[in-house]
Design a protein around this ligand. Sequence first.
Ligand code: F0G
Length: 357
Amino acid sequence: MAHQWRGVIREYIDRLDIDSSCPIITLGEGGTPLVEAPALAKLVGAAEVYLKVEGMNPTGSFKDRGMTMAVSKAVGHGAKAVICASTGNTSASAAAYAAAAGIQSVVLVPEGKIALGKLSQAVAHKAQILQVQGNFDDCLELARDLSENYPVHLVNSVNPDRIEGQKTGAFEVVERLERAPDIHVLPVGNAGNYSAYFKGYLEEFNLGVIKKVPQMWGFQADGSAPFVYGTPVRNPETIATAIRIGNPASYELALSARECSEGMFGSVTDEEILWMHRFLSQEVGVFVEPSSATGAAGLLKQARAGKVPAGSVIVVTVTGHGLKDALWALKDENGNEIQPQSVSTRAEEVAERLGLA
Ligand code: F0G
């Protein structure tokens, strides 16, 4: 009989750090498609490239894998409220899982710098939202401070429960490919997801399921690339608002993941991100938010520098759904607004406009 996916905690209960007595707050997250992308493989000169399409999670991003763990354990500890700082996706996820758990969520977001779709999710799930006059890094500092001094449980990825849940993405890749990819590519902000995938692959390696861990390749936006510069960026800037982060929470963890996996960090321009955002929509058929195209954009940059080995099998995690930050799709490559033409209801006129007549 076909298997009905039960969410990452129930699917991987033996491999997650959670007591069997803990309540499970789930929205059915995980089990996302690994989509083969031959157009991207051809573009970068690799044997096989797959997209792990995390926009298919319940709130439209990979954050749900970690949030099911973090909110379940918060409830298990008796928490009545959770708090997070966010560039948008974490807040959407925290708000949804808190709603499912029947507890309050508080979210701190950088004023004017989060995509409308994400803000509407937090509002829809009745989070208490505050727009902070600062950037994500300021929001995180504030959230940490509040969680240390007031009765509210922190669900940012500095909470190890989040990383623990997110590592399941690697398990799913290995199950599906029946091997590890040679290279795993991700967009990087706080580097929580980069660290989580590495943790997942390392566990598979230690169990003898895979013969080697993939090289972990992480990409940031040029204006927001502390891993590339080797130092925090005080005023990060990029159109990829989800990864507009100057002082990554998982900095040390990610450096060690890079070293152990013989991986790398790189950065790309906003133009390269938007070009790849369009390529993934138009040539692969997968609509992601701009930030989510950063990994694939970095992969292309590496390919152009001759650094993608022919014959390699590559997985790229595309982290969030295109509808979250949809306005970018309505601009052409020159930044002009795209407006569908208006026509009458006459078939001949429509055929003519379509170039069919
Ligand atoms: N892609 C998307 C769509 C994201 O929302 C994020 C992070 C990342 C990539 C980077 O992941 O931080 O684990 O390296 N978003 C966080 C948020 C910061 O608040 O939603 P990371």
